[in-house]
Design a protein around this ligand. Structure first.
Ligand SMILES: Cc1cc2nc3c(=O)[nH]c(=O)nc-3n(C[C@H](O)[C@H](O)[C@H](O)COP(=O)(O)OP(=O)(O)OC[C@H]3O[C@@H](n4cnc5c(N)ncnc54)[C@H](O)[C@@H]3O)c2cc1C
Length: 498
């Protein structure tokens, strides 16, 4: 059925509702956008580690990034630092880098080949320092590396409040009760608590796990996926030593029965302990979480429990309803893909809506493209568990011996033989992780690549890139004062993570 579209109703006012409004405002200015927000608004309150697409979309919508930064209690995020994922005591680094756009055989690829050629001079342990200038700046010195500072940590509640203030053309409709009226597999309107019915050409379900709009017209198929974790305990942690704890990266530390995240904001740290309910109770998780941060520090802190074992939809656009955000699905917090997934959905939707119509073909294409993205996220996240050498608990013994999707096993075998490259990695649009991201993570597990055929020109170029990285200035910026700090000068914060 062909339908023209000039108006959209977004239901739900969590991050997904407001980010969808942000993207559609920027890319589909012709749309009349209304957002239904319950007066008793109850967003999930997590989702604070983001990817570079967030500031990009903020700018695209004409919002001042400086104001956004201050209003959202933001800090710069240069990457994710992993501790204890392969072996207790080790670490690895997954920074934002422009290297993936520099060819198929990058400095990262070359360094891995050099480990094979000359293991006495080259090692997995030295990889990050030799390939990413941000490693020394961020991880060793706890400073912002400008070349990697492309994303933000944001306060989830302040993010939605600021977007509501800035997106003045989005009409906010308040209603505590929203009932989607359905007929013939389509939504015909939203009945609000004042008795009125609101209509739109397209409805976007951003009601989180409630899936209150899409659920009215369909029971869409879910994707088969075995989640590694399905619960979290979360809290806002007060700083004890901001100079040390306000690091320019998200920290993901593995534990016997799950992992903790630390997301430093300007005024507090967002913290969570993620686990699987088959291996750990909520009480135990909270005990572990409190022990990790210190009983004293968390004495007066409220710890919230979140369960996220909802399935992901195979097709999130059905009829005239698109589910975006947690209503479409979720993998887990690792690698901070939730908001990126939301923005990717809204981006893709905007591309279809620009023609001011949609039909069954548009839906099919949208759903197929988003499926590629979701598989990419699932594979990337799963690799963190599957490849671990940890066997110190039931949790790790299970995660490292269980059955994983054939797709992932095939992918790892291909990458072992050829290395992940711009040629062989899955390039669905939207896509999640590039080939250098894959190498960064695989290196953390001492992944064995085979020797690959490289042209003399590619080899010389990659060798030159490694030499340039070795001599490049390590420019650092203090995360608190934003003052530039040169390598080795007094005042440099040398007490980083390792
Ligand atoms: C433990 C955990 C950690 C996470 N960490 C990260 C991270 O670090 N980085 C990242 O990018 N993502 C992360 N995510 C994902 C991220 O939190 C979500 O993608 C994001 O918050 C979007 O949520 P949402 O808006 O879809 O849902 P919600 O925040 O739940 O919002 C739903 C909205 O719908 C409204 N609503 C509900 N029912 C109805 C109804 N019947 N009628 C009308 N309105 C209704 C609610 O009031 C609310 O406004 C995390 C998720 C979890 C579970």
């Amino acid at each position: 059925m062909f339908e023209s579209v000039n108006s959209v109703a977004i239901v739900g006012a969590g991050s997904a509702g407001w980010l969808t409004a942000l993207v559609l405002s920027a890319y589909c200015p012709f749309l009349k956008i209304r957002l239904v927000r319950p007066r008793e608004n109850n967003p999930i309150g997590v989702g604070e580690s983001t990817q570079p697409d967030l500031p990009q979309r903020v700018l695209a919508a004409g919002i001042d990034l400086g104001d956004f930064y201050v209003a959202c209690d933001a800090t710069m995020k240069c990457g994710i630092f992993y501790r204890d994922w392969n072996v207790v005591g080790d670490h690895y680094w997954h920074p934002f880098t422009a290297m993936a756009d520099t060819g198929s055989y990058t400095a990262a690829h070359h360094y891995q080949q050099m480990i094979l050629e000359d293991p006495r001079r080259y090692s997995h342990a030295d990889y990050y320092a030799r390939v990413h200038t941000s490693y020394e700046t961020c991880v060793k010195r706890n400073l912002i590396a400008p070349e990697a500072a492309t994303a933000l940590h944001v306060d989830a509640a302040k993010l939605t409040q600021h977007l509501e203030r800035c997106l003045t053309k989005v009409e906010v409709v308040e209603s505590d009760r929203v009932e989607a009226v359905a007929e013939g597999g389509r939504v015909t309107g939203l009945r609000l608590d004042d008795g009125k019915t609101m209509t739109a050409d397209l409805y976007v379900d951003c009601t989180g796990f409630a899936r209150a709009v899409l659920g009215k017209i369909a029971q869409p198929k879910s994707l088969p996926y075995e989640a590694n974790v399905n619960r979290a305990v979360v809290a806002s942690i007060p700083y004890v030593d901001p100079a040390l704890e306000n690091h320019p990266y998200t920290k993901a530390q593995a534990h016997e029965y799950g992992w903790t995240w630390s997301i430093p904001l300007r005024s507090r740290i967002g913290g969570g302990y993620v686990y699987h309910s088959d291996f750990c109770s909520a009480e135990q998780a909270e005990t572990n979480f409190r022990a990790y941060w210190g009983e004293d520090r968390l004495r007066d802190v409220e710890v919230k429990r979140i369960s996220f074992d909802r399935e992901t939809l195979r097709a999130s656009w059905v009829g005239n309803v698109v589910a975006i955000g947690l209503s479409a699905g979720f993998v887990e917090p690792l690698e901070a893909t939730g908001l990126n997934w939301t923005i990717s959905c809204a981006d893709l939707l905007s591309r279809f809506l620009c023609g001011r119509y949609f039909d069954g073909d548009a839906r099919d294409k949208y759903n197929a493209l988003m499926l590629g993205y979701i598989h990419d996220v699932q594979d990337f996240v799963d690799a963190h568990y599957l490849l671990s050498s940890r066997r110190d608990s039931e949790f790790w013994r299970y995660q490292t011996s269980r059955k994983y999707p054939e797709r992932l096993l095939h992918r790892l075998a291909l990458y072992a033989a050829e290395m992940p490259t711009a040629v062989n990695r899955v390039k669905s649009f939207a896509w999640a992780f590039n080939e250098v991201s894959w190498i960064d993570i695989l290196n953390g597990y001492g992944f064995k690549f085979a020797r690959v055929q490289v042209t003399p020109e590619d080899r010389a170029r990659a060798q030159h890139a490694l030499t340039q990285i070795a001599s490049a200035a390590r420019r650092g910026v203090d995360p608190q004062t934003f003052s530039p700090i040169q390598a080795g000068t007094p005042g440099a914060r040398l007490s980083g993570s390792v």
